[in-house]
Design a protein around this ligand. Structure first.
Ligand code: ZN
Ligand code: ZN
Length: 273
């Protein structure tokens, strides 16, 4: 405490003063540089500034079922009308493009674990926006608390699991980190372990689109002890990126077959078609 030049002898240093002082040990230990532009975000531990969010994750109407950008608000795209996915709603915070692709890769492959909070915050803000056709007036600024509401009416967040081999190799599951941060923001329980990845399939990214569904068939199972807990529940599957949706489709089918009442999929980024 006496390292702080602003604290006079005998003066009690408040947390607020420590946080507003760029030289304080707390501020040095807890970076608040925007992960995109490197500017000071003015918030402790906050890794995205409001300018970058407004610029790179603008409000965009998306298909309620596949989360691809859509011209008409609150609608469903033609492809989903013809061939609907097994879930009732898909939400993506942004396109899988600059700068989000880099941040997701950093979280996934470079141990940038502190980014999970920022990316989950982006998704939380998107989830609580008032209807996707309206102005983004209901969207909280980064770092502002989000409130849980009808838009997030689910009973549990279930992160997309990694196989044991992949988990051992990486050391953590980025989807579980995102789910945890999202659960804290939205005050929803996280059930990591309800869904298991029982087959270590070829990485989807290396396969052509038409082979991805077959590649993940039978890859998931609901943990037997979770079966009675899952029955009748509304589940949100959490993942970092949705590309073709094949992996999420297989997981959603498994969760529904186990008796879940409803499945939504919530992802940080959606690969544009
Ligand atoms: Zn920024
Ligand atoms: Zn669609």
């Amino acid at each position: 405490m006496d390292e702080n030049p602003r604290a006079r002898p005998g003066e009690k240093l408040t947390l607020g003063a420590a946080l507003s002082d760029a030289g304080s040990p707390i501020r040095r230990a807890w970076p608040n540089r925007c992960a995109v532009c490197r500017n000071d975000t003015q918030g402790v531990g906050q890794r995205l500034c409001a300018d970058c969010v407004a610029r790179f994750a603008p409000h965009e109407a998306r298909c309620r079922l596949c989360a691809l950008p859509l011209a008409s608000p609150l609608g469903v795209c033609g492809r989903c009308l013809r061939d609907p996915p097994p879930w009732s709603r898909a939400v993506a915070a942004c396109d899988y493009a600059y700068p989000w692709d880099g941040l997701v890769a950093a979280l996934k492959f470079h141990d940038a674990l502190d980014l999970s909070g920022a990316l989950a915050g982006l998704l939380a803000a998107r989830l609580v926006e008032r209807g996707s056709g309206e102005e983004a007036a209901g969207r909280p600024a980064p770092g502002e608390p989000v409130t849980n509401g009808e838009a997030t009416a689910v009973d549990a967040l279930v992160p997309m699991p990694l196989s044991e081999a992949r988990l051992a190799q990486r050391g953590y599951n980025q989807a579980a980190l995102l789910a945890r941060a999202l659960g804290a923001a939205l005050r929803l329980p996280v059930r990591d372990g309800w869904l298991l990845r029982i087959a270590d399939t070829t990485q989807q990214a290396t396969l052509p689109r038409e082979r991805r569904m077959a590649n993940v068939r039978g890859a998931f199972a609901v943990e037997p002890r979770a079966l009675p807990l899952l029955r009748g529940r509304r589940i949100a599957l959490i993942d970092d990126v949705m590309t073709t949706g094949a992996t999420l489709t297989e997981a959603a089918r498994e969760v529904l077959a186990a008796g879940a009442a409803q499945v939504q999929v919530w992802v940080v980024a959606r690969t544009p078609d």
